[in-house]
Write a protein that binds this ligand. Structure first.
Ligand code: PHE
Length: 364
C-alpha cells in the first residue's frame, strides 16, 4: 500500500507525533526505490508537486484544517516535514548524479599510455604548385585572379568568343556536351568548358577597363587519356585590356613571365597561329629549359611550345559592351599539365590524376 496522508482528528501531540513518524517513514522507504532520473522525478513530484503533492496535502489537510489554538503547533510540524522532504529530494538528486558521473568517468576513461592517432599532413598537388607559381608571377605584375564555372554554356565557351555557329574552328576543341539538351537553343546548351577563355567574357561583363587578370582552372576535352593527353586538364588564362595596349606589350609581358618561371636564360619567340577570339594570334615558344642543343623534352628542336596568345579580337568587345574604338588588349592561355610534367621530369601526365600517394609524396 502506498502511503496516503491521513486525516487528523484530535490534533493532539501524540496524534501529530504518530502521523509525522509514519509520514517520514514512508518518505524514507520511497526514497530508497529511486534508481534513475525518471524514478527520482516521480518521487519529487509525488512529494512536492504544488498540485496535490504530499506537502500540499498536509498543508491543506493538517494545517489549514487545524482548529485555531493548535495552528501554531501543527504549523511547526508541517514546516519540519517540509524541510525534511526537501532535503531528501535534494540528497537523492545529488547521489543520483554522483553515481552517474562516476559511471561516465569510467566509460570515458582514456588510456594516456597508448600511442596517439597520427594524422598525415596533406601537401600541395604538383599542378597546384605550378599554378600558384604562375599566378604569383602575374600578381607581381599587378594582375588580379578570377575564376569561372567548369560547366559552361555554348554562349560563353564559343559564341561570345567569336566562334560562329557551325564554324569549323569549334572542331579544334573536341567538346564534351551535356546530354539531353536538344530542345534548348544552341547558345544555352551546357558543356564542360574546353578552355578558360569563357572567363574572359564573364570577367569583362562585370569589370570595366583597365583589366589585368589571370584565370586558372580545370578544362575538359573529349581526348583519350595517354602520356600527353587527358580529358580533364588545367589552363591559366591571361587578359589585359586598357587604352593603347599593343602587341609589344603582349610580347614583353610573356617574355618577362617566362624568364621569371624558367630563369633569365630563357628566350621566347612567337609563331603565327589562329584563334577566333584573338587577332592576330600567335603560338609562344620558349627555349628549352633543359638543354642548350636539343634533348628529349624539346624533341631535339631546342624550343618548346607553351602558350596560345594574341590581341583580343575587337568583336569580343561588342559582346561585353566595351568600345572597340577606345580599348585594346591581349590574351593568352597556357596548359599547366604538360608544363608541370616538363618541370618535374614526369613522363606521363596521367600520373598527376591517379592520386597515388607514392607519386604525390615526392612533391611534398
Ligand atoms: N583558349 C585557347 C586554347 O585553349 C588558348 C588561348 C587563350 C589562345 C587566349 C589565345 C588567347 O587553346
Amino acid at each position: 500500500m502506498p502511503y496516503s496522508v491521513p486525516k487528523l482528528e484530535t490534533y493532539s501531540a501524540e496524534e501529530l507525533d504518530k502521523a509525522v513518524a509514519e509520514l517520514l517513514n514512508a518518505l524514507q522507504q520511497e526514497s530508497q526505490s529511486i534508481s534513475d532520473e525518471t524514478t527520482w522525478t516521480d518521487f519529487r513530484n509525488r512529494w512536492t508537486a504544488r498540485k496535490n503533492g504530499i506537502l500540499t496535502q498536509i498543508n491543506d489537510g493538517w494545517l489549514k484544517a487545524a482548529p485555531g489554538p493548535q495552528k501554531r503547533e501543527v504549523g511547526q510540524r508541517v514546516n519540519q516535514v517540509r524541510q525534511r522532504v526537501e532535503a531528501v529530494v535534494e540528497e537523492t538528486k545529488e547521489s543520483l548524479s554522483g553515481a552517474g558521473s562516476e559511471k561516465r568517468l569510467k566509460a570515458e576513461a582514456v588510456d594516456i599510455t597508448l600511442p596517439g592517432t597520427q594524422r598525415q599532413l596533406g601537401a600541395t598537388h604538383p599542378i597546384t604548385l605550378v599554378m600558384d607559381e604562375i599566378v604569383s608571377v602575374f600578381k607581381a605584375m599587378g594582375y588580379s585572379v578570377a575564376e569561372g564555372p567548369e560547366i559552361e554554356t555554348d554562349y560563353y565557351n564559343f559564341e561570345a568568343l567569336n566562334f560562329p555557329l557551325n564554324h569549323p574552328a569549334r572542331d579544334m576543341q573536341d567538346t564534351i556536351f551535356i546530354a539531353g539538351q536538344e530542345k534548348k537553343q544552341q547558345r544555352d546548351r551546357l558543356l564542360l568548358r574546353t578552355h578558360t577563355s569563357p572567363v574572359q567574357i564573364r570577367y569583362m561583363e562585370k569589370h570595366q577597363p583597365p583589366v589585368r587578370v589571370v584565370i586558372p582552372g580545370r578544362v575538359y576535352r573529349n581526348d583519350a587519356p595517354d602520356a600527353t593527353h587527358s580529358p580533364m586538364f588545367h589552363q591559366i588564362e591571361g587578359l589585359a585590356v586598357d587604352t593603347n595596349i599593343t602587341f609589344s606589350d603582349l610580347k614583353g609581358t610573356l617574355d618577362h613571365a617566362m624568364k621569371m618561371l624558367f630563369g633569365s636564360r630563357i628566350k621566347t619567340k612567337l609563331r603565327p597561329s589562329f584563334f577566333p577570339f584573338t587577332e592576330p594570334s600567335a603560338e609562344v615558344l620558349v627555349t628549352c629549359p633543359f638543354c642548350t642543343k636539343g634533348c628529349r623534352v624539346c624533341k631535339m628542336s631546342g624550343w618548346i611550345e607553351l602558350l596560345g596568345a594574341g590581341m583580343v579580337d575587337p568583336a569580343l568587345y561588342g559582346y561585353v559592351g566595351y568600345d572597340p574604338a577606345k580599348v585594346s588588349g591581349f590574351a593568352f592561355g597556357m596548359g599547366l599539365d604538360r608544363l608541370a610534367a616538363m618541370k618535374y621530369g614526369v613522363d606521363d601526365i596521367q600520373l598527376f590524376f591517379h592520386g597515388d600517394v607514392r607519386f604525390l609524396r615526392q612533391f611534398a
